[in-house]
Each structure stands twice: as C-alpha cells, then as structure tokens.
Design a protein around this ligand. Structure first.
Ligand code: DGJ
Length: 733
C-alpha cells in the first residue's frame, strides 16, 4: 500500500507499507528527498519532526544558503555528489563542462499499480498487489533527471528499488558511480552480515560490527562471484535465527557490484548497494536513459529465519522462471563426477540406465561431448557433437538414453571460448582483450565479449539450433572463468569502461530470448559451482549449482549461507561418490543423502560402483525424496542449528499447508561422554498434533517446540538423522 500525506509545513510524505513494514519517503518544501523511517509498519501521520529534530552541526556546509540546513546529517533517499553532503554519494556524474556537482530536487511523482519492466534487466515480477512509487528528481543546471523507482510487494513484506537516469541536456554526460539503493539509518550499533567464500567453499556467513569508516564487499571479477554474493544485511548484534532486527539488501544482478556500510562521524550508517564504481563509467547521450539494476529490500524484526522466509516466498512467487514455478524439480544424475571427460556413447547410455534404475528422472551429459574435447584445452564454443567419442550423433545418443526411461539434459558453457576452437579461429576479435596485450587464459579459456551484440546473436542462433534440433529437457549453463585484461574490440575508446555492464546486458538478452523461445527447457545456472548465485540469474534459471564441493560436511555451511536468500528448489544439491572428489572424505550414504535432500536433489556418481547395500539405501533415499519433494521445494524452511559452533546443523521443512514436516539433524564430529541432547523444533502449530512416521508417537507442536526431539547417544562422526512428522487429529485420551 502506498499512502501520501501533505502537511501544513509543506512536507509531503509517502508511506510504502507492506503487511508488516513501512518505508517513509519525505519530500521537503525545497524538493529534497529523505527516508526518515524504515522499519516495522506504522500508520500514516505527520513525521516532520523526525528530520526537524536532527541536531545541526555548525561546522558543516550550509545547503541552499540556509545556515540550519546540513544535508550531511540528514537521512537522504538518494544523496548526490558535490552538493554539501561529504559522505559517500549514491551517484556521481561528470558533465561536458567538467562539473561534477549535481543538486537533485524532486519535481514530481507517480503512483501506479504493478511495475514497469526494467529495460534489458531481470527484476522481481509484479503480482496482483504490487504498487510502484516513481519519484522524479531533476538537476536544472545540467538537465539530468533521476527517477527512483520503489515498488511495494505488500504480501511478501518486500520492496524493490531501481534508479533510472535520463539526459535532458544538450550534451552527453558521464555516470561515474550509480548505486541502486542508499539508505541512511540513524544508528551505528549494527553488524554487517554477508556471504563470503571461494571455489568449493562458497556462501559462508560472515559478520562484523560496523565502526566509523566503511565496510564493504563486492566483486570486480565480471560475475557476482564465489567470493561474495551480492547480499548484505545490517543486523542487531546477536541476531540469530529468531531474534534481531534485520535490514537486508540483495542485488538483482550477476556482475560487478559493491555493497557497503559507512558509519559517518555523526554515527549514522549509510547502507549502499549497486554497480561497482571501479572501472565503470557510462556516457549518456542527450535523450538517452540508463537504468541501474534493482535491489530487493527486506526488513524484519525476527532474525535471519524470518528474513529468509521473506526472500524465499518472494523469489518463488515473483522471480524464478514462471514455466517451472511451483513444479517439482526432477531428480537428476549429472555425468561430471561419474565420468569427467572419459566416456563413450555406450558408457553414457549405461550410466543413464543406472541413474534411472535408482530413481533419477533426468540424465545430464556434462562437459566433453562437443568439438574434439577430451580435456579442458579445446572446443568450447564449437557446440557440435563429438561424433567419434559419442559413437554417432547426439540424436542417437539421446534416443538411447530416452530408451532407459529418463529425460536428457546437456552442459554448455556459452560465454567462453577455447583458443583451440573453430569459433575463435573465425572470430579472434570476439573475445575480451586489451590492445597490444596477451590474452591470458584461465582454465584454458578466453571470455567472449558479450558487450558486442554480434556475439550475443551468434549465441542465440547456435543454442536455438541445438534446442530445436534435439529433445533437450535441461541445460546446465556453466561459466568457468572471470574477466581479466578487459577491453572490447567493438566498443569505442570512450565506452571501454562500459564493457563489464554491457556484458551483463548482453548475457541477459541471450537468456531472455532463449527462455522466451524455449520455456520448456529447465535451466540450471553454474559458474564453476557457486560463482554466480544471485537473483539476477534466478530470473532466467530455475536452479543453481551452488558449489562444486559435494562433500556433505563442507556443504553444511555452504547450503546454510545460500539458504539465507535462495529457496530450496533453486539450490542444486547432489549426493556424490566416496571418497569425495574434493576432500577425500568418506561419509555414510545416509549423511550424504540427508544433506543433499535440503535442495533440488541430484546425483554425482555412478550407481554401478555402489555396494548392493548402498544401492538399496540410495534407491530408498531417492524414493523418499520424491515423496517429500513438494515439502522441501515449496515448503517453509526453519534453520534450527548451524549458527553456533558449526559442529551441529539442523533444519526443518514444513509443507505449505503445514501437514508434513521433515526434520534433519547432522553432527560433524562426535563428542564423547556428553549428555543426550534434544532438538527443539520451530514452525509447528502449537495446538496441532504430529505423528512420527518411524516410531509412531504423537506429540503436540507445543511439546515438540518446548521439549524437542531426542538426539540419543551419537557415537559416530558425520552423524545424520531425519524425522518425518505428519499432522494428525488430536489423540483420544
Ligand atoms: C564446472 C562445474 O561447476 C562442474 O560441475 C562441471 O560442469 C565442470 N565445470 C565441467 O567443466
């Protein structure tokens, strides 16, 4: 709901309210825009006192020649560079006359139902209740207009914000910096919480107190990256799964980004997110416009659990591709860890048969099926079947695999090219490169310059042909290297710093076209595992391979961190062979299965190598997952343990209607001679009764929350246990 209120003192207020939160925007009589309040829901009333009460420091610069008006102390909605606020601005422009000063005043607003598409960019889609406030700001000296577009998702307790810049002047100007959100919170007691990691160790939760100065995370790697997800939150110290105030931002973007928390000398915290300003600028011609990608804003007072549930519901209902929304994700077997590059058509058909025999529904042929690729050194870009290796064409192979009663999916790495490829030989100018410098390889690849529309057209043509020629149900869209030696043969010199962002716009165009033309193909995003697990990708791909690390113990913090924002159906989680290929650990199949069942289940192994006992266990685990997958993939997640010492993890999925509950507990290291502990549950209806499937007891939700489940004596490392509870009628007494 968006309400407006005009006060006698000349302030105009906009109350952007969700079911339980409100963001207040204030336009003062001089056209300045403030955000004096963001928090739990409040009624519309005259809040002029909030800004009026802020003390004014005499040593700060005046604005508008007014001695008592110090922008540097005020909670601005979109602070400009150069007009007296000396904190980090939300944006900075350089004009044709060399000036860098911008003074934005609000000159109008529009409120409308729904939300307009963001040109060329992914976004959270509007639902029936969505409303948008568009505020128009103008710098009259230079003719720069900035539109702040704030959309309210009332039922989801979420907002989105994007920013559009229009050049209404007579000369081009340059955008040097552009955040999509800048929030001034009048406090400095926060912890900055974010996700960090590396290949095989993605999405680990990190937190540290903010201090005067700036904390930031970001990426300059050309992808949102393994190192940091474009997610950051300011949380109360001590915030856990159920307690604590949380302000979270998530960037709907897959490239370079910066998220920062700057505490100023007056103890305000400025919380920003947007395109990374380093090595970025954008020249805006007269009449042209530029849209900065949107950020999702979530506020809540009940800890990280509530925050995650809000992200999950929003992403499920309004972000993930519509064609697969609410549909069960197939259990798949991916050939990578089973075969790597060593396979034949025959071995693949046999592997697919093995997959089907344990219950998998989709067989994915990973890397090595095209060109003359037997290792990483060739053929990426030449998406034609390697007939000699496959023992024929793709058609015959797929037929054979379908004959095993399983669907077929394929791996692609469309954004890269091998130096040893026909594509590179034909178009050496199509790769990212700097004049006069060697093009450095990474994983034996170069990066295609997707800022060049011809490259994108080529990808659309090639992949469309592939998808039209063969019955392919699924594509794993991989991306295995980051950008170095940036430069484009296509862009003019003055636009070179636009390349990284133009690349993303090119990628989004390709994905948009393919998902529009082939909506029936399930896409899984991957970037050497979790190198691009952001909501930008989730607009196009229905799931993401969140890490190449398939060791169940390593997966615990990775899946915990990823689940802060990603709903379970969007996280690819596979049971792999032992010893594990990343860590060398051998973990029981029960533990591997329990951990992988927290997402969209898959296999990364050859079932033929299992002992008969393991095979039976695996078949049962897959059958059980299929019976429960709606609860996992569409239910509510409650993380019960994991933030504490990292030795114990537990989580609970409750089906949409609350009738089925799956609880999983994992302990990494056993501890001798401890008391037998209990696992208290959350997310149950206090007055409902639940029956345990295995043991048959019936207990109330209240009892299970207060007393918990007995964990018993745990005598092994890597211990896992699951409970399946069903809501039942009250027992007869
Ligand atoms: C990296 C991916 O993360 C792996 O799963 C696999 O697809 C390889 N690339 C193939 O080269």
């Amino acid at each position: 709901m968006i309400q407006t209120l005009q006060t006698a003192s000349g302030n105009q207020f906009f109350f952007l309210s969700t079911r339980s939160t409100t963001l207040v925007v204030q336009r003062d009589p001089h056209g300045f825009l403030f955000a004096p309040y963001w928090g739990s829901r409040i009624p519309a009333s005259d809040l002029s006192y909030l800004v009026a009460e802020i003390p004014r420091a005499s040593y700060l610069a005046d604005a508008d020649g007014r001695k008592d008006f110090k922008l540097e102390q005020l909670p601005q909605l979109y602070p400009a560079y150069g007009y007296t606020d000396l904190r980090m601005p939300a944006f900075a422009f350089t004009y044709a006359d060399g000036s860098r000063v911008t003074d934005l005043r609000c000159v109008g607003h529009r409120i409308y139902r729904g939300k307009h598409p963001l040109p060329g960019l992914p976004m959270v889609r509007p639902d029936a209740e969505t409303e948008t406030l568009e505020l128009q700001l103008r710098d009259t000296v230079q003719g720069a207009d900035v539109f702040i577009v704030l959309t309210v998702f009332a039922a989801h307790d979420a907002l989105t914000q994007s920013v559009r810049v229009e050049n209404h002047g007579n000369a081009p100007f340059r955008i040097d910096r552009i955040c999509s959100v800048s929030m001034d919170l009048p406090d400095n007691r926060w912890e900055f919480l974010y996700l960090d990691g590396a290949w095989a160790r993605e999405s680990h939760i990190c937190r540290q107190p903010v201090r005067q100065g700036c904390l930031s995370v970001g990426s300059l790697r050309g992808a949102s990256s393994h190192a940091h997800n474009p997610f950051a939150a300011l949380v109360d110290p001590g915030t856990d799964e159920t307690h604590g105030e949380v302000y979270a931002l998530h960037f709907v973007y897959s490239g370079n980004f910066l998220a920062s928390a700057q505490v100023d000398m007056h103890q305000n915290t400025r919380f920003q997110m947007g395109l990374h300003p380093f090595d970025f600028d954008w020249t805006l011609e007269p009449g042209a416009s530029f849209t900065a990608p949107e950020v999702v804003l979530i506020h809540g007072e009940q800890g990280l659990g509530q925050m995650s549930q809000r992200f999950h519901a929003l992403y499920r209902d309004c972000l993930l591709p519509r064609a697969f929304a609410g549909k069960p994700r197939p259990v798949l077997l991916n050939s990578w860890e089973a075969s790597y590059f060593r396979f034949t058509g025959e071995s693949l058909t046999r592997l697919a048969g093995q997959a089907a025999s344990v219950g998998a529904e989709l067989f994915v042929l990973d890397d090595g099926w095209f060109g003359h690729r037997d290792d990483t050194t060739s053929s990426v870009g030449d998406w034609v079947p390697y007939r000699e290796k496959l023992g024929g064409g793709l058609e015959a192979l797929i037929q054979g695999i379908h004959g095993q009663n399983i669907a077929f999916g394929l791996w692609l790495e469309p954004e890269m090219v091998s130096p040893d490829s026909d594509l590179y030989r034909a178009h050496p100018d199509w790769v990212i490169q700097a004049p006069g410098r060697r093009i450095e390889k990474s994983r034996d690849e170069y990066v295609l310059d997707l800022s060049n529309p011809a490259v994108c057209d080529h990808l659309i043509g090639t992949i469309s042909r592939l998808l039209s020629s063969y019955p392919i149900a699924y594509i794993k869209w991989d991306m295995n290297r980051n950008f170095t030696n940036l430069g484009s043969t296509w862009l003019p010199a003055y636009r070179q710093k636009e390349q990284a962002h133009r690349y993303m716009l090119g990628l989004y165009r390709v994905l948009d076209r393919l998902t529009t033309d082939f909506p029936q193909v399930l896409l899984e995003g991957c970037a050497g595992g979790g190198g691009r697990t952001d909501p930008g990708m989730l607009y196009y791909v229905s799931q993401i391979w969140i890490s190449d690390d398939t060791d169940a113990l390593e997966r615990l913090p990775i899946q915990y961190g990823a689940s802060l924002t990603l709903p379970a159906e969007a996280m690819g989680c596979h049971i792999s062979a032992v010893p594990n290929h990343q860590t060398g650990r051998s973990l029981p199949l029960q533990t591997r299965a329990a951990v992988a069942m927290a997402g969209s289940l898959g296999l990364e192994m050859d079932p033929a190598a299992l002992t008969p006992e393991e095979r039976t266990q695996l078949t049962h685990a897959i059958a059980r997952y299929k019976a429960l997958r709606t609860t996992v993939q569409q239910g509510r997640l409650y993380r019960l343990k994991g933030l504490e010492d990292g030795n114990e993890y537990a989580w609970l999925f409750s089906s949409e209607d609350g009738a089925q509950v799956l609880v999983t507990y994992v302990q990494k290291r056993m501890c001798p001679n401890t008391i037998t502990r209990r696992l208290r549950l959350r997310g149950l209806e206090p007055d409902a009764f639940y029956r345990d499937e295995a043991e048959g007891w019936v207990r109330s939700g209240r009892e299970l929350a207060a007393v918990g489940l007995a964990l018993g004596r745990i005598r092994t490392d890597a211990f896992a246990r699951q409970w399946l509870l069903r809501r039942v009628e009250a027992p007869q007494t």
